[in-house]
Design a protein around this ligand. Structure first.
Ligand SMILES: O=C([S-])c1cc(C(=O)S)c[n+]([C@@H]2O[C@H](COP(=O)(O)O)[C@@H](O)[C@H]2O)c1
Ligand code: NI
Length: 396
């Protein structure tokens, strides 16, 4: 199960979060090509390593064409709806702007439909939000069940905005973080640490707030803001990890599922296809009957595979079957911890596979061939040997 932790203890802005996700391994080319799908002129992202208070971090510079358009929610919704983006990316970006619009509406005391984003609806904000959604998608985090954000530092002082000088935390940030139930952290810096776009991104992605969740970290990213103040590193950090074994007693793993419907493969080849898929690293591979186009009987080939073996499995499907395409989805596999014990049934050794839930034996299955051999040697019925082996293995 994938997990994300965002350290917003020094604040967060859209470009800082984007840089942190890219630093943690999000595919910058996927982000760039996704942004090209927005019909608002060339949006470019340049990334460069920088130092903030002696710490290395990535800085993301979002370059947009000159723009002084004041957009409302329906303008931004139209831009995102018409863009060639994965559905999850579009939904996330829309959710961020809907949040921003609700917060702005409450702050200015007008209806959401009458809200005009000023700075936060500008092209760089649209690029930051969509870029973050694309980066989360690239890291496979858009559906991750564990996305925790630390207490947020919003800053203090005054900032100059379209409405004139605003007190920091700016009203939209306070509104966004209050609505989301975010814990705030006091901070000595007298500057804007968390921007409305940053707050809306945090509020949309957070499934919870607090310290780093139990996980095995797999990547860390640091995203720098443009300012380099004297008093603190102007950085947001992200930790990507896999959440460790569930306290419920089972184990959890992120796998891919590959499916393909096939109606024209010589049926004698299927056993070899399934065998080759297992050899290529499939955790499981099976076929289910399906009635296909023109009433033809066919098979749905399904494969479960770890991300690292996905390409090898796809290659086998394409090379060994008549499939012209596969569907790949992410699944969480929950499984019991297993072991194998050997029991003595009337002088013969029989292996038994056991499933353990939090250390308790909940299933015990004797190896059939070994139980059959023990039954033949002793002249007892196989089902009796199976039952005795199962009972002996469940005791231990
Ligand atoms: O654009 C608007 S309406 C706006 C509202 C507010 C309020 O808090 S209300 C604040 N700001 C300031 O604009 C800049 C840009 O914000 P980004 O989120 O796009 O980085 C920032 O200083 C905000 O405090 C704008
Ligand atoms: Ni405003």
């Amino acid at each position: 199960m994938k997990a994300l932790w965002v350290d917003a203890g020094n604040g967060a802005a859209g470009d800082m979060l984007l840089a942190a996700l890219l630093d943690a391994g999000a595919d910058v080319e996927a982000v760039r090509s996704g942004l090209r799908g927005l019909a608002v002129g060339p949006l470019e992202v340049e990334v460069a390593p920088v130092r903030r208070h002696g710490l290395r971090a990535l800085h993301a510079d979002v370059r947009v064409p000159p723009d002084d358009v004041s957009r409302n929610l329906s303008d931004v919704t139209a831009i995102l709806s018409e863009a060639a983006l994965p559905d999850g990316v579009r939904a996330f970006a829309l959710a961020v702007f809907e949040r921003l619009a609700r917060a702005e509406a409450r702050v200015h005391g007008v209806d959401v439909s009458r809200i005009h984003f000023h700075e936060v609806g500008a092209l760089d904000a649209i690029a930051d939000v969509t870029g973050c959604a694309l980066a989360l998608h690239s890291l496979d985090l858009l559906d991750a069940p564990v996305r925790v954000v630390s207490p947020v530092a919003a800053g203090s002082g005054v900032v100059r905005a379209a409405h004139g000088p605003l007190p920091v935390p700016v009203p939209a940030v306070l509104e966004l973080l209050t609505e989301a139930g975010a814990p705030l952290r006091s901070h000595p810096a007298t500057m804007e640490l968390c921007t409305p776009t940053g707050a809306a991104l945090l509020a949309t992605l957070a499934t919870g707030w607090g310290p780093m969740p139990d996980c095995v970290p797999t990547a860390v990213g640091a995203g720098a803001g443009t300012a380099d103040p004297e008093g603190h590193p102007n950085i947001v950090r992200v930790v990507v990890g896999s959440a460790s074994s569930s306290s419920a007693g089972w184990e959890s793993a992120e796998l891919h599922r590959v499916d393909s419907t096939i109606d024209d493969l010589d049926p004698r080849l299927w056993p070899d296809v399934l065998e080759e898929l297992r050899t290529a690293g499939a955790a499981d591979a099976w076929c289910s009957p399906a009635l296909m186009r023109k009433g033809r009987p066919g098979q749905v080939l399904s494969v479960l595979v770890e991300p690292a073996r996905l390409d090898a499995v796809c290659r086998v499907v394409f090379e060994r079957t008549t499939s012209l395409g596969v569907r790949v989805s992410s699944v969480e596999r929950r499984s019991l911890r297993r072991d194998r014990v050997e029991v003595d049934v009337g002088g013969a050794v029989v292996g038994v596979k056991r499933g353990l839930l939090g250390g308790r034996v909940v299933t015990a299955q004797p190896e059939y061939d070994e139980a059959r051999a023990a039954a033949l040697a002793s002249g007892r019925p196989v089902h009796e040997v199976l039952n005795e082996a199962r009972a002996l293995a469940s005791e231990g």
